[in-house]
Write a protein that binds this ligand. Structure first.
Ligand code: GAR
Length: 200
């Protein structure tokens, strides 16, 4: 089975990216990371990726101002140059336009730190605690035009414990994210390969 050329998009420390890179060391894993892109030039994850021998690109969104599509056209050019077929958003903190999402439909997935459809957007852990939820978690989903609204591929959950703060809960959820993302992404990549190549 061929491995799908994969880009990982980050904005920060890139711990989910690192979990994906680790999983991809197994030759049976269906993706081949070829590029890590950050929209923030100082993102810590860029160093981690470079140390792992990966090509990295930093495309600062700031010079593009409000022209989101111009930023995305540049991003799209860089992805094409590296032969990318599939994108994993891993802590990429920019909302993508309908233009980009349509272009990559079915080949664009995200990890979100809540049990979607609960708590799309920001401050998910504070909102789960404030609501008195007993369980919190994370979701890997296809990206659609509505923010955090695309089809869920897989979720993992953890208990919310007495005395939890957003930070303690985030740390518990993050451990699950690192297990969930490589697994759910593999599922999406296999589905893509079946659609595209008819591979088993
Ligand atoms: C993760 O918790 C991820 O779920 C979240 O940002 C963190 C990135 O951490 N993503 C979002 O909130 C997307 N809206 P990481 O850079 O260490 O992977």
């Amino acid at each position: 089975m061929r491995r799908v050329p994969l880009a990982i998009l980050i904005s920060g420390r890139g711990s989910n990216m690192a979990a994906i890179l680790e999983a991809s060391r197994n030759p049976q894993w269906p993706g081949q990371p070829v590029l890590v892109v950050s929209n923030r030039p100082g993102a810590g994850g860029l160093d981690t990726a470079a140390k792992a021998g990966l090509a990295t690109a930093s495309i600062d969104h700031k010079p593009f101002g409000k022209d989101r599509e111009a930023f995305e056209r540049e991003l799209d050019r860089v992805l094409a140059r590296h032969g990318v077929e599939f994108i994993a958003l891993a802590g990429f903190m920019r909302v993508l336009t309908a233009w980009f999402v349509r272009r990559w439909t079915g080949r664009l997935v995200n990890i979100h730190p809540s049990l979607l459809p609960k708590y799309p957007g920001l401050d998910t852990h504070a909102r789960a605690i404030a609501a008195g939820d007993q369980r919190a978690g994370c979701s890997v989903h296809y990206v659609s035009e509505g923010v955090d609204e695309g089809e869920v591929i897989e979720q993992a959950d953890v208990p919310v414990l007495p005395g939890d703060t957003p930070d303690t809960l985030a740390a518990r959820v993050l451990e699950e994210e690192h297990r969930l993302y490589p697994r759910a992404l593999a599922k999406a990549l296999r589905a893509y390969l079946e659609r595209k190549d008819g591979a088993a």
